[in-house]
Design a binder for this molecule. Structure first.
Ligand code: PMT
Length: 217
């Protein structure tokens, strides 16, 4: 496995939760630490791939092209530029489905007369769906599915709707899996094939197993 089996392969990985800006000091975020995407990127790098990591979380390692972004719109812009020359895209980022309609220029002040403050949200683009729609047969696109119930059923829907080659489904309600832990429990889904149910293991081992799957397929 130490051989550079991904030499010459251009891999793009997204990691972390998007931060949807409310005002200069606040954002809407989620619990993604970036660890799952980091593991995918690092193992690809170790296998010799040319890796670009598009991340909302500062990456404590190198050996790849790292692009730091905050919002889903920024992630989309980067991916639109880079995807045409990408061989494998892995969408491990937790992209917010909604963003504030208005971004305030100044810090929003608390109004002493109002106990309830409402932020109007609008849908973010579905990045995976939009990018995978432009995929050629030489490109391979991997999405994740973060579910808290009906894991396989919901992940199957994402596989077909988002035009991904593979969906890695994780039950983020399960202890030791999903957000902000070093381990994960993943089921790999592909069109017309039986799901591959992988046991609980470190995120780096999930990444090793995924890249082995990719190289063996
Ligand atoms: O970062 P960690 O703390 O290590 O946690 C890892 C993780 C739980 C974030 C990761 O394993 C994971 O599941 N990532 C996907 C999270 C997510 O947004 O899942 P989803 O089921 O909502 O989205 C499905 C797929 O569509 C994902 O590949 C996502 O990147 C993509 N998506 C979602 C919404 C959107 N507007 N655009 C997208 O591209």
């Amino acid at each position: 496995f130490a051989e550079k089996k991904l030499k010459g392969v251009k891999v793009v990985v997204t990691a972390g939760g998007t931060k949807e800006v409310i005002d200069p000091v606040r954002f809407i975020g989620n619990r993604s630490s970036g660890k799952m995407g980091f593991a995918m990127a690092k193992i690809a790098r170790d296998l010799g791939a040319e890796v670009t990591l598009i991340t909302t979380v500062a990456a404590p390692f190198g050996g790849m092209n790292i692009i730091q972004i905050q919002t889903a719109d920024e992630m989309m812009k980067q991916l639109k530029d880079i995807f045409p020359t990408t061989d494998v895209l892995i969408m491990a980022a937790a992209v917010a489905d909604f963003k504030p309609v208005h971004v305030a220029d100044q810090k929003i002040k608390k109004n002493d007369d109002e106990d309830i403050f409402t932020i109007k949200l609008t849908k973010n683009p579905d990045i995976l769906q939009a990018i995978a729609a432009t995929k050629t047969k030489h490109q391979f696109v991997v999405g994740f599915a973060a579910e808290t119930q009906n894991l396989l059923e919901n992940a199957e829907k994402k596989l077909s709707k988002k035009n991904a080659d593979v969906i890695l489904a994780n039950n983020v309600a399960q202890v030791g899996a999903g957000f902000n832990v070093d381990t994960n429990k993943v089921t790999l889904l592909q069109k017309g094939q039986k799901p591959l149910v992988w046991p609980l293991m470190s995120k780096e081992d999930v990444a090793r197993k995924f890249w082995k799957f990719y190289l063996d397929k």
